[in-house]
Write a protein that binds this ligand. Sequence first.
Ligand code: LMR
Length: 329
Amino acid sequence: MRLPLVFAAAAATLIAISGPAVGQPIVVKFSHVVAEGTPKGKAALKFKELAEKKLPGKVDVQVFPSSQLFGDAKELEALLLGDVQLIAPSLSKFDRFTKKLQVYDLPFMFPSTEVLDKFQQGPKGQELLTVMRSKGLLGLAYWHNGMKQMSSDKPQLKRPEDIKGLKYRIQASDVLEAQFRAVGANPQKMAFSEVYQALQTGVVDGQENTWSNIYSQKFFEVQATIAETNHGVIDYMVVTNAKWWDGLPPDIRKGLAEAMAEATAYGNGLAGELNTAARQKIVDAGKAKIQTLDKADLAAWQKAMAPVWTKFEPGIGKDLIEAAQQAAM
Ligand code: LMR
């Protein structure tokens, strides 16, 4: 039987209070859904290295990549249950907990990772790290991946009308659902680990993702065209169970927080080049065509997706949208 989230959080508290046996390292399980060679995969391994160096014998950080331990459908619940201590879902996957993070999914909101970073480091972006505390989730850091590109199994992908009527895999996000409906496509929420097969078998025609994910998941092998739309971002919040975190001995919490800050700087510094390299590998593989778009093409996507902003503004809040826009100026 699956526990409702509120009971799950209570159960996690009990686990947090009981703590590890004396003399044993605290086990910190870190589960994520992407490959090890991606920005998130590398940052997670760096966090392990740094945490174990700063807290020798005191923590045992176990990283589980590629949905090996928990996939999209289970990882947030597992965190609240205390089955895992750190996860880093994409900012698109918190819909059940808060509407505020939907600001990150608005199409064409952030023109680059630099602008996104500026917003996140500002007061509004920092506030969002604690916005889910009452639900038992605490954000420790933002980790970058990159800009999203649109792909399809059709040879033509330049304008919104090219994906009209096509089935698109999306992350579990109502904004992304509205975004694809706005251009006349049929969105389908699906866990990341299922996307390759869904593309290969034609369950869906296309998807949107970063170069590093398109490369490491081999989506480029089962898609005809990847259009360089840069229409949105995939970025992460590293979240922990707030009760577990608060219950840690202060020296451990401090060491983990320092390791997190350093791993964040390392991973975020690498994300751009990893995506550029992944794009090049896709070019070199010569399988999917990379379609560049001109200003008029991009304007057409932007115009078609603009109604999404109006629809979600009440839930997100005008203040957040304005702060995000401010970051681009
Ligand atoms: C996706 O589901 O497409 C991404 O959020 C996966 C990830 O974690 O980058």
